[in-house]
Write a protein that binds this ligand. Structure first.
Ligand code: NAD
Length: 257
């Protein structure tokens, strides 16, 4: 057993890598020697962040891929880029996602479908693509999905978001059962509230921040690095017998107050 977090020679694809948790996970893998494919649809920010990381980690391979992962054509192109660059992929981090709040009596079909398409459906089809192309033939792989407290707790005004994240958790279990025979593990991280642009509006609201801080046993929101460490753990050899599970990273929020 290799008890280290050494990812030298491994390649990782991270969606939503230009910001927040995805960016921090990219940094975490780079610090441990991996080649990192950073996928995001925000071309300007992605290019800027990837360029910064190339300066900081000159010995690592950092390949930015501009892709909207809700488009099957762009997912296909993203996977082809990986095939052409390194030809292998060991780890997939399905991270790109959006927040959305609307009280259920006002929810629209358009917004509902948008949330499900990005937060749930894209996780499935990116996983399917990567499994078919790389992980099943090579008989190994790690897939780490991104769930949320919304996937395990009811949150008023978040039915679409919660449905998408609850779906990710159940999908994780099904994929884990189907793909264990191919040496692929599938797990998910379940962050509480994390200080990223995703919840910038909430964080600007002093009342909300005060309540969330007091409501969280650790008396602070998570930082992206609190979540990135869990992603690395699931990708490491130490997690080789763990599949179909979720790791809640919420400072104790879901345990009580
Ligand atoms: N921040 C939180 O409080 C929190 C809590 C629980 C779960 N999460 C989950 O963590 C994940 C990352 O969130 P974050 O907080 O880092 O958000 P973020 O907004 O900082 O980053 C999300 C990234 O995804 C990219 N993205 C969005 N749509 C895309 C698309 N269609 N194709 C490709 N890229 C796309 C964005 O450009 C952005 O760079 C999400 O799945 C989110 O639901 C976040």
């Amino acid at each position: 057993m290799n008890y280290s977090l050494n990812f030298k020679g491994k390649s990782v694809l991270i969606t939503g890598a230009a910001s927040g948790i995805g960016l921090e996970a990219s940094i975490a893998f780079l610090q441990n020697g991996a080649d990192v494919y950073m996928a995001d649809y925000n071309e300007n920010v992605l290019t800027e962040k990837a360029d910064e990381l190339k300066v900081k980690y000159p010995d690592s391979r950092i390949i930015p891929i501009v892709a909207d992962i809700t488009s099957s054509d762009e997912v296909k192109r993203m996977v082809e880029t990986v095939k052409n660059e390194t030809g292998t992929l060991d780890i997939l981090v399905n991270n790109a996602g959006m927040a959305h709040s609307a009280y259920s009596i006002n929810e629209t079909e358009k917004d509902w479908n948008k949330v499900i398409a990005l937060n749930l459906t894209s996780h499935f089809f990116v996983s399917q693509s990567v499994a078919n192309e790389f992980m099943i033939p090579q008989k190994s792989g790690r897939i780490i999905n991104t769930c949320s407290l919304g996937g395990i707790m009811g949150i008023p005004g978040a039915a679409a978001y919660s449905a998408s994240k609850g779906g990710v958790m159940q999908m994780t279990k099904s994929l884990a059962c189907e793909w264990a025979r191919f040496g692929i593990t599938v797990n998910c991280v379940c962050p509480g509230f994390v200080e990223t642009p995703l919840i910038a509006d909430n964080m600007a609201n002093e009342k909300w921040m005060g309540y969330m801080t007091m409501r969280t046993p650790m008396r602070r929101l998570a930082k992206p690095e609190d979540v990135a460490g869990s992603v690395l753990f699931f990708a490491s050899e130490m997690a080789s017998y763990i599949t179909g599970t979720s790791l809640v990273v919420d400072g104790g929020f879901s345990s009580g107050s």
